[in-house]
Design a protein around this ligand. Structure first.
Ligand SMILES: [Fe+2]
Length: 184
């Protein structure tokens, strides 16, 4: 499993909306047009505090992820700096959008390549990939192995916005799972 629903980790609507309001004031053009885009924004002390004790393990920045009327995001691993995130649903999260994780069919570990000026990492040997997990984020946060091979497919025509809040660099996937065990 590379994505685990955290049924008992609560980010209140008030928290999500007040962060969004500040973000949208800073970047009013962010939601213009179609496509897929992301932006990292530093949280305030108050926002970190309001998010509860989990924030101690997480970075100071949250990535806002926007998709509008785009059918897919190709297979990739997210950029370096952290391999694990908590994905927080905000707007337009439903079963029409699915995230898929992949392994190699020979059970070796996924090989990645880093390219300058590209925010995500390339997954090598894609001919060996097999899909091993598919999920839709609905109303609960998800512990997400962002540094592993994944893609997104969607039939949703509306706007979808999520927050991706990365664990600090020192946390492995196993360590993050251990911390989040209390939120299952
Ligand atoms: Fe990704």
């Amino acid at each position: 499993m590379y994505a685990i629903e955290l049924n008992n980790l609560d980010f209140s609507e008030e928290w999500k909306e007040s962060f969004w309001n500040r973000f949208f004031y800073l970047y009013p053009k962010f939601t213009d047009g179609k496509g897929f885009r992301t932006k990292n924004v530093e949280l305030t002390e108050r926002e970190r505090f309001m998010a509860g004790p989990i924030s101690e393990h997480l970075k100071r920045k949250v990535m806002v992820v926007f998709i509008f009327n785009q059918e897919s995001v190709p297979i990739h691993a997210d950029g370096v700096g952290s391999d694990v995130a908590i994905q927080i649903p905000f707007i337009g999260c439903n079963e029409e959008t699915q995230t898929h994780f992949y392994d190699y069919n020979d059970d070796t570990s996924i090989e990645l390549a880093i390219h300058e000026n590209i925010a995500s990492r390339e997954v090598l040997h894609q001919e060996k990939l097999k899909r091993v997990q598919t999920y839709s984020m609905l109303d609960k946060p998800v512990l997400f192995r962002s540094g592993w091979a994944h893609n997104v497919t969607s039939t949703f025509k509306g706007i979808r916005i999520i927050y991706s809040w990365r664990f600090k660099e020192e946390y492995t996937w196993e360590a993050a799972k251990e911390i989040c065990r209390q939120y299952l």
